[in-house]
Unconditional design. Sequence first.
Length: 120
Amino acid sequence: MNFHGRFKRGTAIVLALVMVGVAFNYAQAHGASAFEYTYKVRNKSRSTIRALLASEDGKTYGAFDIGKGIPAGQTVTLVWDKSTDEGNCEQWIKAKFADGGVSPAAKFDFCEEDLVLEFE
């Protein structure tokens, strides 16, 4: 590789590192955590999941923001809301489907690594 090729490659690497640093600093300045809790939701049903409901006690449920929903057959990665960082790792979760159905509540440990919630 000649000098010109090495220079272009070196410049591209430096530029990529600068962009990663800027993105990280922006995220930190806007409240994003470097250590977010993520989990996957796998929709094995034939209907779109319209909402995920969570409860610490299995009685009073609040909704997760899952955007437009999770289409049938899809798996998505979601981030545990920062406002719940002081909450219990174990939560009761159920899914509301576009066809009107609601899954039975199941208890999951959100502190578990590589957590996958499956709904049928």
